[in-house]
Design a protein around this ligand. Structure first.
Ligand SMILES: NC(=O)c1ccc[n+]([C@@H]2O[C@H](COP(=O)([O-])OP(=O)(O)OC[C@H]3O[C@@H](n4cnc5c(N)ncnc54)[C@H](O)[C@@H]3O)[C@@H](O)[C@H]2O)c1
Length: 291
């Protein structure tokens, strides 16, 4: 299948990055969100991020203006109707994603491929509630999308080979590397990464270390480029909690129970970088630990 037009649902930190790389690779992109503010911020951010690539000499000013001209935004899901591929990147909540696919389906061409950028939710279950489970799969980018090389491709039980090949060809055209994962809670990367982040929050909760010592210990002691709490803020604490809940519910093992302190931060609305406060406070010149 020839994919030319990509519809992206959700213009948050992932949606804007996905729009950025797809437009630069030559795809026409229509980006949807429920919030005009999110759409405006996403476009401004894409412009800034692509400009940085121009100033580093990686692409030309002409590449930038062509990419920006390929992106349109809309508050109306129906405008994604002509898309060949949909990448859903809205909030990590199953009811939200289900409602999006339900509203979208009547506007789509029969051959359109549906995908979700979900970090953890069952692809098979999302697919089963659509009219095309064979043309549905997980298309899981890493954050920040323009920088990270990996895309996890997750087949649901019913996903057919043509759909997998079409999505793989998009990953190739983006210049990224696909890793194939089976449809079990949180797939590969987050199945391993999130329990580590959750354990770092337990280490903080139990007073074994503070934010600074925990992050420094993992950076200097395990050679991680970012500390786990810094990384949690970067991902978004609501997303981290949602993924831990999916692991806990889906695998029914108490080793995946979310740390109560992670829940507390989310209850406070301290979701990390996107709300300027999480394990660090980002409102000043330099990030300051909050514990
Ligand atoms: N943050 C990460 O590091 C990361 C990495 C890989 C995948 N993901 C996944 O990507 C998805 C998005 O995460 P994010 O970090 O970009 O979240 P985010 O909070 O930055 O953005 C979510 C966006 O979805 C929009 N939205 C909510 N309901 C909507 C609806 N009904 N229709 C259209 N838009 C809607 C919100 O307005 C917001 O702009 C999630 O499924 C998440 O698990 C996140």
């Amino acid at each position: 299948m020839d994919i030319r037009k990509i519809g992206i649902v959700g213009a948050g930190q992932m949606g804007n990055g996905i729009a950025h790389v797809c437009a630069l690779a030559g795809y026409d992109v229509v980006m949807n969100d429920v919030s005009q503010d999110s759409l405006d911020k996403a476009l401004a951010l894409i412009d800034r991020n692509i400009e940085r690539q121009v100033s580093k000499g990686r692409i030309t000013a002409g590449d930038k203006s062509a990419a920006m001209a390929r992106i349109t935004t809309t508050l109306t899901l129906a405008d994604l109707g002509p898309s060949d591929l949909i990448i859903e990147a809205a909030t990590e909540r199953e009811t939200v994603k289900q409602a999006i696919f339900e509203d979208l389906l009547p506007h789509l061409k029969p051959e359109t491929i549906l995908t979700s950028n979900t970090s953890s939710i069952s692809i098979t279950r999302l697919a089963s509630r659509t009219d095309r489970p064979e043309r549905f799969m997980g298309f899981h980018f890493m954050n920040p999308v323009p920088v990270m090389q990996l895309v996890e491709l997750i087949r649901g039980i019913a996903t057919d080979e043509a759909t997998f090949k079409a999505c793989k060809s998009v990953v190739d055209r983006l210049g990224k590397t696909a890793a194939s994962a089976e449809d079990f809670p949180a797939f590969i990367v987050n199945r391993i990464l999130m329990p580590m982040i959750n354990e770092a929050v337990y280490t903080l909760y139990e007073g074994v270390g503070n934010v600074k010592s925990i992050d420094e210990a993992l950076k200097l002691g395990a050679n991680h480029p970012m500390g786990p709490l810094e990384l949690a803020d970067f991902i978004g604490l609501d997303t981290c909690l949602a993924i831990m809940n999916v692991l806990h519910d889906g695998l029914a093992d108490t080793k995946y129970r979310p740390c109560p302190l992670l829940t507390k931060y989310v209850e406070a609305g301290w979701l990390g970088r996107k709300t300027e406060r999480g394990f660090y406070d980002y409102r000043g010149e330099v990030p300051v630990p909050t514990r």
